[in-house]
Design a protein around this ligand. Structure first.
Ligand code: CDP
Ligand code: CDP
Length: 199
């Protein structure tokens, strides 16, 4: 059976960077589950139909990283039928092969509640908005407003709201460099892999 690492948290906390590093370091596959919701939002039209028909090439569109795509993603992500249409793909990905790292909002709570490692990566809204602003530019106050709006929508929705799993390891990266955050997370994964190997 595969070894699953679930990484959840709000926008620009460092989830994706940590997930990619851990996957490369330990030979696990990586799925950025936010891309699924970003693609559904970007496709337009009926989001439930888009989620049911989502194809690999939809995840390779080059307009998925923008602030607008993030907002559209969080709107369609509140629709239970959209989430339901994406569950099977994510669970299959998590359990194929030697294992996988999935990052998103509900991986440790809903998609892979049995994951061997659960990390909840966060940082203050101001720090996260500054990071997103460094990546995307624009007006920093506007980026902060959008980060806060998306946090509220993702944490407040009825279906699979963003929250740490009861057994998640919390990593607050507000005062950490990305290198420090990655090393901390990798240490947690390495210890769990050692336990799994010994058990
Ligand atoms: O996936 P998520 O939106 O949580 O964040 P990310 O894309 O991994 O990180 C957003 C940006 O913040 C990237 O440019 C990271 O290098 C940066 N970052 C940072 O500077 N310090 C951290 N402790 C975490 C992330
Ligand atoms: O990279 P960043 O953290 O800014 O966003 P993302 O991970 O690409 O996610 C975009 C949006 O998709 C989030 O704001 C959530 O509304 C939604 N999402 C979700 O509901 N569940 C997931 N597992 C992943 C993303």
């Amino acid at each position: 059976m595969g070894f699953t690492v679930a990484i959840d948290g709000p926008a620009a906390a460092g989830k994706g960077t940590i997930a990619r590093d851990i996957a490369g370091r330990f030979g696990l596959r990586h799925l950025d589950t936010g891309l699924l919701y970003r693609a559904v939002g970007a496709l337009g039209g009926d989001p439930v139909a888009a989620a049911r028909a989502l194809a690999p090439e939809d995840l390779r569109r080059d307009d998925l990283r923008s602030l607008a795509a993030g907002q559209a993603a969080s709107r369609v992500a509140a629709i239970p039928e959209v989430r339901a249409a994406l569950v099977a793909f994510q669970r299959r990905f998590a359990r194929e092969g030697l294992g996988a790292v999935l990052d998103g909002r509900d991986i440790g709570t809903v998609i892979c509640p049995e994951a061997e490692v659960k990390l909840y990566v966060t940082a203050s809204p101001e720090v996260r908005a500054h990071r997103r602003w460094l990546e995307l530019g624009g007006d920093e106050a506007q980026v902060l407003a959008e980060v806060k709006e998306r946090d509220a929508r993702d944490m407040g929705r009825a279906d699979a709201p963003l929250r740490p799993a009861a057994d998640a390891v919390l990593i607050d990266t507000s005062a950490m460099s990305i290198g420090e955050a990655v090393e901390l997370a990798a240490g947690v994964v390495e210890a769990a892999l050692r336990r799994a190997g010994a058990g």
